[in-house]
Design a protein around this ligand. Structure first.
Ligand code: NAD
Ligand code: TDX
Length: 337
């Protein structure tokens, strides 16, 4: 792994990953390809922009000519694909871009990996491809794919394409499936940043349904370290689940955020549920722990505090976001729905 194409590197997890990689492996050459959709932000990469081993291209992973041009020019040997439409609620409003980027775009990258005989292709997937759990159990790598939202079905489709390219063309692929991330630079449409920002602005905190849906949380830096382990030492053709054994009902997280910010629980507002809302996710990450020796380093209590502090000290970053197109999305999803 020397010349690495990180697609979606201006988003939340991708930008955290680029920063980790540049610190851990200063000898590698990192090339980011990102369309800069509403979720992509060059400010997320400010710390690395001036580094000589970093290069940014604005573009679409669906554009095969451009992808081929970059691979040739930058002598790419590895693709790590973070690029995606990533928000479940937006996929419910309209699925078109989810199919384009998440399915067609992944296919374009796989074709490029095949044609250029790249040495590795890492697909960043999600635990949502497994569907929803009842009260008991956890997702393992052999849990059947059973996605429920347009978002998760587009990600599952991509995973199946990755599997097929490995099986049919022997493209050296790896897939990671991680649980819910939180941390710096997360776009404020997702639960944790949305609740922090609304609380800071004394706006109501919209909880879907009864607030008892459960997600399994991991700090983004732990996820990024796991991806690096998989990319460097994972067994080709394999899938690795990633998680930190931190199941929490949504309401508990929202109450914790209010407490940390010294705000009143009267800000909580129960709103119309997300259609098809998955009840519970929980991920078994024993395979990556046993095979690659990875373990999360952060516990939820400390890392959520670190996250809240980041949003408190980076007001300018999120104020610019929420003053733009975000307003019309917010109105469409939370007020007019
Ligand atoms: P994000 O929405 O913050 O970032 C996505 C990035 O991809 C953005 O920079 C965007 O501009 C870029 N992008 C979108 N379409 C593109 C296209 N056609 N061509 C090039 N770039 C494009 O998402 P995230 O939360 O950082 O998620 C990154 C990846 O991790 C996604 O594949 C997501 O499915 C997966 N994932 C996310 C989570 C989570 O909790 N956020 C958990 C597990 C897996
Ligand atoms: O306003 C809200 N109110 C609310 O109750 C929002 C935005 C969310 N929720 C609930 C829905 C979920 O049960 O909070 C939980 C988390 O919601 P999201 O932050 O939208 O995440 P989720 O739907 O679980 O998906 C996330 O994790 C897996 C990421 O967005 C995906 O990209 C990733 O694959």
């Amino acid at each position: 792994m020397k010349n690495i194409l990180v697609t979606g590197g201006a988003g939340f997890i991708g930008s955290n990953f680029v920063k980790l990689l540049i610190n851990k492996d200063p000898g590698c050459h990192i090339v980011v390809l990102d369309k800069l959709t509403y979720a992509g932000n060059l400010k997320n990469l400010e710390d690395v922009h001036q580094k000589s081993n970093f290069k940014f291209y604005k573009g679409n992973i669906c554009n095969s000519e451009f992808v081929h041009y970059i691979i040739n020019k930058e002598k790419i040997d590895t693709i790590i694909n973070f690029a995606a439409e990533s928000h479940v609620d937006r996929s419910i409003l309209s699925s078109h871009e989810f199919i384009n980027t998440n399915v067609v775009g992944t296919n374009v990258l796989l074709e490029a990996a095949r044609n250029f005989q790249l040495s590795k292709f890492v697909q960043i997937s999600t635990d949502e491809v497994y569907g929803s759990l009842g009260k008991e159990g956890q997702f393992s790598e052999s849990t059947p794919l059973s996605p429920n939202s347009p978002y998760s079905s587009s990600k599952a489709s991509a995973d199946l394409l990755v599997r097929a390219y490995n099986h049919t063309y022997e493209v050296p692929t790896l897939i990671t499936r991680c649980s819910n991330n939180y941390g710096p630079y997360q776009f404020p449409e997702k639960l944790i940043p949305l609740m922090i920002i609304n609380a800071l602005n004394n706006k109501s905190l919209p909880i879907y349904g009864d607030g008892m849906n459960i997600r399994d949380w991991i700090f983004v830096e732990d996820h990024c370290e796991a991806i690096l382990e998989v990319a460097t030492r994972g067994k080709i053709g394999e899938v690795y689940n990633i998680g930190a054994n931190t199941e929490k009902p949504n309401i508990e997280i929202v109450k914790l955020i209010l407490k940390e910010l010294g705000k009143d629980e009267s800000l909580i507002s129960y709103v119309k549920d997300r259609p098809g809302h998955d009840r519970r996710y929980a991920i078994d990450s024993s395979k990556i722990e046993k095979e690659l020796g990875w373990k999360p380093k952060h516990n939820f209590e400390n890392a959520i505090q670190k996250t809240i502090e980041w949003y408190l000290s980076n007001k300018k970053w999120w104020e610019e976001i929420i003053s733009g197109d975000y307003q019309s999305y917010y109105k469409q999803w939370y007020i007019e729905r």
